[in-house]
Design a protein around this ligand. Structure first.
Ligand code: GLV
Ligand code: MN
Ligand code: MN
Length: 403
């Protein structure tokens, strides 16, 4: 067993422990910065040249005989609130361990390799995929408009706070200037398939897209006792009906749909709320279905709000579903087989930085089992042997993608 993987995951898992359970390390929070400092030290110890770009991505370079293109791996270390210790972290630590083993085996590669720790994959701080979207060139100036959701801080100030802590340890760059050959991400499955079927490695064929909408219902704040029922403009009623509709539409359209965020103002028992904001999250492998579903949700929100005299405002976020590269898929299969691990193909039903990276390079993902399929929860667990098998598959895949 690779005790270094366990040691690193446990060490990072101690950072940002939430008294309510699990880990809460929103991107660039003081806790996330502590986890980043830990990793930067380990990356430097592994002889990587460490860069930080304008999106706060941490980029560790292992030189090859050629200057570029790079064989790339990486994931994220920010967590959802009350999340687990493996989501994202395994991919980063697995990449780091791979670099260490290559050093120990004195492997000199033709193409250089890079380990990227992407910023705000979860989007709990600023926006989902801030780091990968910037790395892939999809956003630039947008960074200066980003504002913290849990902490009232601008992205620029959060970046500076991080940079102050790493001065002298990293090189600051604008954007990573080199081409990639491919990007491979190791991750826990976060669903039940591998665990239930007792399969060791998941060869990911594609990643679902995500369609989100922040729907804000504005009514009239008033007294819960003295306002007659027929003289109310209550946004909670329209929000509640819409939440129920999300589930109905998701089931009808064979996708998943969740409302995991509700904000009520002023959130007081004897006050009819003035505003209710909900976060709708729809996932599918079909972009068309997601577009249809969100438009049905929004139409329903408008319809059910108008008799209440409630106003509706919608802000959308969308990320495309992608297919993994057939070449990478083949190499992951071959690597699992050569290592003697059982494997199966499956799509990812969680979203990942790799789907953003697919816009600039060939991507693939390697999954390992999640106990009972649980993730985004304090109970998230993956056996250490499975972490090791994932890392071994990652190493073999990255090496095979050298040729
Ligand atoms: C990220 O983990 C997501 O699937 O939301
Ligand atoms: Mn996650
Ligand atoms: Mn993740």
């Amino acid at each position: 067993m690779t005790s270094r993987i366990k040691e690193d995951i446990e060490a990072i898992g101690k950072i940002g422990k939430d008294p309510r359970g699990g880990n809460s390390r929103p991107a660039l929070s003081p806790e996330d910065i502590e986890a980043r400092l830990y990793l930067i030290e380990r990356m430097r110890e592994a002889g990587l040249e460490v860069y930080v770009d304008d999106a706060a991505n941490i980029i560790g370079v292992r030189k090859g005989r050629l200057k570029e293109p790079y064989v790339s791996t990486g994931s994220h270390v920010d967590t959802v609130m009350n999340g687990g210790i493996f989501d994202g972290v395994l991919g980063v630590v697995g990449g780091l361990e791979t670099m260490r083993q290559l050093n120990e085996d004195r492997v000199e590669t033709k193409f250089p390799m890079v380990l990227v720790v992407f910023t705000d994959e979860e989007g709990n701080s600023f926006m989902p995929f801030v780091g990968s979207k910037y790395f892939a060139g999809e956003i630039s100036n947008e960074l200066s408009d980003l504002k913290g959701k849990y902490e009232l801080i601008s992205f620029k100030d959060a970046l500076e706070r991080f940079l102050r802590r790493v001065e002298g340890k990293v090189k600051k760059i604008g954007r990573f200037p080199y081409a990639l050959r491919n990007h491979v991400e190791l991750h826990v499955e976060q669903g039940p398939i591998l665990y239930q079927r007792k399969v060791q490695i998941g060869v990911v064929t594609g990643v679902v897209g995500v369609q989100r909408a922040w729907v804000e219902f504005t009514g009239r704040q008033a007294h819960a006792g003295s306002t007659p029922m027929d003289m109310r403009s209550d946004p909670m009623i329209s929000a509640a009906k819409t939440i129920e509709k999300v589930r109905e539409i998701a089931i009808q359209m064979d996708m998943v749909g969740t409302v995991g965020f509700v904000e009520v103002s002023p959130n007081v028992i004897n006050v009819i709320p003035g505003k209710v904001r909900i976060g709708v999250d729809l996932r599918s492998l079909s972009k068309e279905d997601m577009k249809k579903a969100i438009s049905s949700v929004v139409s329903y929100a408008l319809e059910s709000s108008s008799p209440e005299g409630v106003k509706v405002d919608v802000t959308e976020f969308f990320e495309e579903p992608v297919l993994c590269s057939p070449r990478v898929v083949e190499e992951v299969k071959r690597s699992s087989e050569e290592a003697g691990f059982s494997y199966m193909e499956l799509p990812s039903r969680a979203v990942h930085d790799s789907q953003v990276m697919a816009k600039v390079t060939d991507v693939g993902m390697i999954f390992v089992p999640s106990r009972d399929g649980v993730s985004h929860a304090p109970e998230e667990w993956t056996e250490w042997e499975d972490c090791d098998r994932g890392q071994e598959t990652l190493k073999r895949t990255l090496l095979s993608l050298q040729s």
